[in-house]
Design a protein around this ligand. Sequence first.
Ligand SMILES: *Cc1c(COP(=O)(O)O)cnc(C)c1O
Length: 359
Amino acid sequence: MTRPSRVVIDRKALQHNFNQVKQLAPNAKVMAVIKADAYGHGIVRVAETLKDADAFGVACLEEAQQLRDSNIQNRIVLLEGPYKAVDLEKIVDLSLDIVVHHHYQIDMLEQTATRCPLNVWLKVDSGMHRLGFSPHDMPNALARLQTCKQVEKAITLMTHLATANEQAHPLTDKQLSCFQSLSENIHLEKTIANSAALLSLSQTHVDWVRPGLMLYGVSPMVNTVASDHNLKPVMSLESEIIAIQHLKKGESVGYGATWCCPEDMPIGIVAAGYGDGFPRHAKSGTPVLVNDIRCSLIGRASMDMLTIDLRNLSDPKIGDKVILWGKSLPIEEVAQHAGTIPYELLCSVHKRLAFEEHG
Ligand SMILES: *Cc1c(COP(=O)(O)O)cnc(C)c1O
C-alpha cells in the first residue's frame, strides 16, 4: 500500500438502507438498481450484500454477466433491454429479464426464436420522454408482446418519473395520472418508483419499487441529505495529509493561482484529486473533514492532490486523516459545491483507488 487515498464501503449501512426501503414500501417487491458498478460501490459486493432483493436492475449485458459469473442468482433486469438481436441468445443463457421500450425490440423478439420465453418489463413513456412507448402506442405494443412466443405471459408495466426529486412538481402528477389511466384496467404487475418517489410519493409504491441512490445512503431530494431520510452513507472517500505549508498573506495556492491567503496560514496537501474522481470543478470552500474537523478546499483540485485550509486545526500533522465525502460529510453538500449531483460523483470514483470494506 503506497497511496493513502481509498474508498471505504460500509456493508452494514447498505443493509440498513435496504431495510429502510422495505419499511417504506412493505408490500412492494424491490428491484435494487446496481447499474454503473452499483453507482461506483462495486456491483458484485453490493449484490452479495443485498441478496434479499427480488431483482437487480443493470444497464447492460456486461454488468449482468459479471453478476452471473459471481454466482448471483436473483432475477436481473436489463433496464435498457437488448440493443441488438444478437444479444438475445446471451440474455437467454444468463436468464435475464428485459425492458422493452421500442418497436424495434418487439420486431427482434418476433423474428428471433429463443430457447425459452423471456420475462419482459414493458416501458411506458408517461412524460419523461426518454425511453418508452407513448400512451397511444402502448396497447398495441402490449398486444404484440402478449402473442409473441418469445415472451413470458407475466409482463410487468413500468414507467419512470422525471421530477420526483422536486417537491410537488406539476409533471409528476401528470405522469402519475397518465400511467394510472393507461394501466388501471390491465391486470399485470406495475412499477413506478425510483428512490425519490419511494421517499416522497407513497402512491407510487405499487407491485415493485426500483431504488438506486437511496440504497447507497444518499438523498435524491433537492436540499436534503441522507440523515434527513434516515439513510446512512455507504461510501467514504478518504485520504491523508501528505504535506503542510506555512504560507504568507497574499501568497497564492495551486494551478492558476486562483486562491490567495488572506493572512499567514497553514495549508494541507491531500493525496487525492480528479484522477481519483474528486470533481475538478469543486469550488474553493468545498467542505473537507480533517480529523473530523471541517476545513475547506482552497484553489483548484489537481490530478492527484488537493489543497486545503488548515486554520481550523490547532495542531495539523502529516498523516492526519481526511474525509472527502461519506460518514459525517454529506456527498450531497460536496456535489452542490462542485455544480453536480451525487450520482455523478459516485459513478466517477476511479478504480485505481483501493477499496476497503466494513461491516
Ligand atoms: C437508474 C434507475 C432507477 C434508480 O434511480 P434512483 O434515482 O437512483 O433511485 C430506477 N429505474 C430506472 C429505470 C433507472 O434507470
